[in-house]
Ligand binder design. Sequence first.
Ligand code: FES
Ligand code: FES
Length: 160
Amino acid sequence: MKVSMEVNGRTVSGDIEGRTLLVDFLREGLHLTGTHVGCDTSQCGACTVHVDGAQVKACTMFAAEAEGAKVTTIEGVAAPDGTLSAVQQAFQDYHGLQCGFCTPGMVMAATSLLHDNPKPTEAEIRHHLDGNICRCTGYHNIIKAIMAASGQEMPALAAE
Ligand code: FES
Ligand code: FES
């Protein structure tokens, strides 16, 4: 079947099987490999993208369901000239990543959070990241980065 959608501002289309997941269409069909697959249980959040402005785990959606939608992946977050978004810059400045595997999903989730709630508390950030697993950083620097991206003072973070 044919599917067509807007991805990072560009109209794209492809021939897919009905069972093709959005994450596979993005990675294999469009070679947008910044969207990662970290599990097969819809738990890790490494595949997080935005579909029509909503945060979505791209492994939980068929590509066909995104027909006509506006999809943003991690590749579409920076400005066209390469300037990082505030969230991306803060992840860099506050060392919000180690291996980086979870980072695209974290950035997409954080971007969505700050869009809906520009000044989240630490507890709200932690709650929002519930569906995103980082296997190596212990989350502290990720939380710090999101607090910084929201322009807030860094609190003494609670112990994990
Ligand atoms: S790959 Fe989608 S939640 Fe893990
Ligand atoms: S930075 Fe390694 S899993 Fe998050």
